[in-house]
Design a protein around this ligand. Structure first.
Ligand code: SAM
Ligand code: SF4
Length: 359
């Protein structure tokens, strides 16, 4: 049976509200995988839909959307998040698709921010709706944000996102500056050869002018169109060399967590920060502490997973918190050792593309 969308939203998006911290669940276990990695970071995709069509992520058209009745409701997301936190999750990042498209996002953030022992709650967004939403998100308890922005030129922005919305994204970033409880403001740019090079210095200048941490992330083979080629990966090392050659030397930010995915640098006078996330040229799988929950309630233990672990059906069939916790624990026990992007024939593309996984 198809349920009309407005009815579904009304039925599913109601959250209890209130400001007190939630009680913890009573589940047992610890999320440690077969390689002794402690899993503390959960990425939750709350929709597979998007208002952009970035060429490195989605096809122009033709992607099959998840049916709305299999997308997790907010109470279901909160329940699974609480179980995850009781098993050791300390950071939750909401993503998609484009998470700001989900009606009532601030109420979900408010509820997640009440989970005891959750240390970090963040959002990854393309920024298009931020001008309108930033205040509500801050008020709901969001404290960290990543905004994706791959170029500062209008024509290139249109080319890469297939949408002419650069000004809206920049306005969204400006709006964030008015909300100091959401810090740092991170800007993520996917780095692609023959595209990104000419934007590198402009981004470096922006990082000095604005309170943004600008990070370049290497292009990964997760695009729905399947156009990824190794030659198109512009490495962090190459970008750093461009900045140091054409702009200014960079100095490592002191005290960085060695297990962090990004390498952060400052300029010699201390103004601005630039980072590099190099999953292709310098894989960080050995210290990966992440799992993902898709919008339809599947655990993925690696971006490149071929197999998923279903939480939605058992949850809807009445599973207890401990039974759901056991699914988390079993999934994590089988977490992949590493991705195989650099292993030629051994590499198998992931079973879904980036917007369907939740990057
Ligand atoms: N729509 C939101 C956004 O764009 O920020 C959240 C979802 S998006 C899938 C999450 C992140 O994945 C974005 O920063 C995006 O740039 C990145 N991404 C998407 N496809 C990628 C790819 N093939 N390689 C590297 N990063 C990618
Ligand atoms: Fe949408 Fe984000 Fe994918 Fe771009 S990267 S198409 S904004 S989900």
């Amino acid at each position: 049976m198809t349920i009309a969308l407005p009815m579904l939203l009304e039925r599913t998006e109601a959250l209890p509200g209130g400001s007190e911290k939630l009680q913890s669940t009573d589940v047992h276990g610890e999320l440690v995988d077969g390689f002794d990695r402690h899993i503390e970071d959960l990425r939750i995709s709350i929709t597979d839909r998007c208002n952009f069509r970035c060429t490195y992520c989605m096809p122009e058209e033709g992607l099959q959307w998840l049916k709305s009745d299999i997308v997790l409701t907010f109470p279901e997301i909160v329940r699974l998040a609480r179980i995850g936190v009781d098993l050791g999750i300390r950071e939750i990042r909401l993503t998609g698709g484009e998470p700001t498209l989900r009606p009532g996002l601030p109420s979900l953030i408010r509820e997640l921010s009440r989970i005891p022992a959750l240390e970090s709650l963040s959002l990854t967004t393309n920024g298009f709706l931020l001008r309108r939403l930033a205040g509500d998100l801050a008020e709901a308890g969001l404290t960290r944000i990543n905004v994706s922005l791959d170029t500062l030129q209008h024509d290139k922005f249109h080319q890469i996102t297939r949408r002419p919305f650069l000004d809206q994204v920049l306005a969204g970033l400006e709006e964030l500056e008015r909300h100091p409880t959401i810090r740092p403001i991170k800007v993520n740019a996917v780095a692609m050869r023959d595209f990104t090079e000419e934007d590198v210095v402009a981004f470096a200048r922006l990082a000095r002018r604005k309170p943004y941490v600008i990070r370049f992330i290497e292009f990964m083979p997760l695009d729905a169109d399947g156009n990824w080629e190794r030659e198109r990966v512009l490495s962090g090392r190459e970008i750093k060399a461009i900045i140091e050659r054409d702009f200014m030397p960079l100095v490592p930010v002191p005290g960085q967590n060695p297990s962090s995915t990004s390498r952060l640098y400052r300029f010699p006078d201390g103004i601005g920060e630039i980072g590099f996330i190099n999953p292709v040229s310098e894989p960080f799988c050995a210290t990966c502490n992440r799992i993902r929950l898709t919008a339809d309630g599947q655990i993925r233990t690696c971006l490149f997973s071929i197999e998923e672990h279903d939480l939605r059906r058992p949850m809807r069939a009445g599973a207890t918190d401990q039974e759901l916790a056991d699914i988390f624990l079993r999934a994590v026990a089988h977490k992949e050792k590493k991705h195989r992007i650099n292993e030629g024939e051994q590499f198998q593309r992931a079973s879904r593309s980036m917007s369907q996984i939740g990057g």
